[in-house]
Design a protein around this ligand. Structure first.
Ligand code: ATP
Ligand code: MG
Length: 233
């Protein structure tokens, strides 16, 4: 009881004013204003079923990883939200709100024909190759974790990567291959009959990175392992 009271007292004042936009299993995402700017606040909350010390460590690690990978991407010119402020006592990250954006997931779902999407998947392949060249492994690549800013100039696609809570730094082709495998699974199950489109994404990835052949080789291995596992049952 004493613990839940003290937890309630910890709700930061800025969250009381914020508007909840997503309640996830690990985090709550809010919209608010910070220093006059529109922000998204991502709050990782305490899991009461976990040991408090373990929980604190895990939550802190996710927060740190998210911030570190965003900064690493931005330094390399890869679009990810600006990090305005991090509160390590309440595990809140204040991010630039990518206003008027739509998720790649919703964009693909509403596209008339796959032809409309070719330039987009080529852009995704290019950006992911850049990210992997910086040794950032995203850890949760899905089309929901990519935002599109509409209204960009013709030919120019403004793609922003988000949700780096499971990311880490690694130069291993295997880790990059698994990252692509996670995306492939998510992509093909979210967007049926897009095999050709996804192949195009991988082609663009390959053309954009000198290190891609080892990664694609690993991707093939991981796919094979997945298939063998499903045959065993
Ligand atoms: N910087 C941002 N600008 C605009 N919208 C955002 C931003 N960050 C997150 N969102 C919106 O909030 C949703 C949830 O954010 P995010 O994917 O980071 O959290 P999550 O999936 O709950 O996280 P986790 O997987 O770490 O539990 C996104 O799908 C997107 O719609
Ligand atoms: Mg997400």
């Amino acid at each position: 009881m004493a613990q839940s009271n003290s937890l309630k007292a910890c709700v930061p004042a800025y969250l009381k004013e914020a508007q909840l936009i997503k309640q996830g299993a690990e985090a709550r995402v809010y919209r608010a204003t910070f220093l006059g700017r529109p922000v998204v606040i991502k709050e990782r909350f305490t899991k009461l079923y976990r040991h408090p010390e373990v929980d604190e460590k895990l939550t802190r690690r996710r927060t740190t990883q998210e911030v570190r990978s965003i900064l690493r991407c931005r330094r390399a010119g890869i679009n990810a939200p600006v990090v305005y402020f991090v509160d390590y006592t309440t595990h809140c990250i204040f991010l630039e709100d990518i206003v008027h954006s739509v998720s790649v997931r919703d964009h693909i779902a509403s596209a008339q024909t796959p032809q409309h999407l070719q330039a987009l998947v080529e852009k995704i392949g290019e950006v992911l190759a850049q990210m992997h060249d910086e040794d950032v492994i995203h850890g949760d690549l899905t089309t929901s974790n990519m935002l599109l800013v509409p209204g960009a100039e013709h030919q120019h696609i403004h793609l922003v990567l988000i949700d780096f809570g499971l990311s880490y730094i690694s130069a291993l082709p295997e880790d990059k291959g698994v990252d692509l495998y996670v995306l492939e699974k998510a992509f093909l199950s979210t967007h049926p009959k897009t095999e050709t489109l996804f192949e195009r994404l991988l082609k663009s990835y390959s053309a954009s990175s000198k290190k891609s052949s080892a990664v694609i080789k690993k991707l093939d291995e991981v796919r094979l392992r997945g298939r063998k596992r499903s045959m065993v049952g």
